[in-house]
Design a protein around this ligand. Structure first.
Ligand code: PXP
Length: 238
């Protein structure tokens, strides 16, 4: 049964729209925890477009469930992670012009940079996951870096426009999931998952964690964070 990591970045997006102090993503994280979140995920981007350094530090002191910091494999952010020490870091690609994380990390092309970052994080006991596309060569390259987990990008599944395309993307994720677990890596998935499309993904054998943000925060605006998390948790575990 998959654990639910709730990504609270978009609570900070609303706050940053006015550069004010509300809504506070730390409050949202606490309510998500009360609603049944197994972990809180947040992305400290280099451009600081939503989550701020203060959010990360206050959340570390406040939230009891595991904190998963998403970040680029860049030294400035790595130094912050080494200082704050979240339970887990997920390395993601970052482009300034993108609306959200568009594709998986190219672990093969960026091996040295990713390895430098992974080695530093693992040396202080932080678990590391790599956010990659469901591609066998990328999974194998990730394994070689000694990471604990990989998170498979579910964006193509989420964006599929026909039932046929969606079934194909699901098949690709299932197969990549098998490769992942056969290599002894923990299997996580996320991106673009919603109340409407999450059930087949949650049913994939061996998927240990789903990270879901936008859809939960969007629903939370209507029904409150606790309720939104509770509804998603029910879909994942039923
Ligand atoms: N997992 C990773 C690695 C991400 O970068 C994101 C987006 O920040 C998510 C999961 C959550 O995606 P969404 O907001 O589409 O649910």
């Amino acid at each position: 049964m998959a654990l639910l990591g709730v990504n609270i970045d978009h609570v900070a997006t609303v706050r940053q729209a006015r550069r004010t102090i509300e809504p506070d993503p730390v409050w949202a994280a606490v309510l998500a925890e009360i609603g049944g979140a197994d972990g809180i995920t947040l992305h400290l981007r280099e451009d600081r477009r939503h989550i701020q350094d203060r959010d990360l530090r206050v959340m570390k002191e406040t939230v009891q469930v595991r904190m998963n910091l998403e970040m680029a494999a860049e030294q400035e952010i790595t130094d912050i992670a080494l200082d704050v020490k979240p339970a887990k870091v997920t390395l993601v690609p970052e482009k300034r012009e993108e609306v959200t994380t568009e594709g998986g990390l190219d672990v093969i092309a960026n091996r040295d940079r990713v390895k430098t970052c992974v080695d530093q994080l693992m040396a202080v006991g932080i678990e590391v996951s790599l956010f990659i596309d469901p591609d066998e060569a990328q999974i194998e390259a990730s394994k070689q870096l000694g990471v604990h987990a990989i998170e498979l990008h579910t964006g193509r599944y989420a964006d599929a426009e026909t039932p046929n395309d969606q079934a194909n993307e699901l098949h690709i994720l299932r197969q990549a999931g098998e490769v992942t677990t056969s290599l002894g890596l923990q299997l996580h998935m996320g991106h673009g998952l919603t109340y409407r499309n999450v059930t087949p993904i949650a049913a994939i054998p061996s998927v240990e964690e789903l990270n879901i943000g936008h859809s939960i925060v969007a629903r939370a605006v209507m029904v409150g964070m606790e309720n939104a998390v509770r509804e998603m948790k029910k879909l994942i575990t039923d």
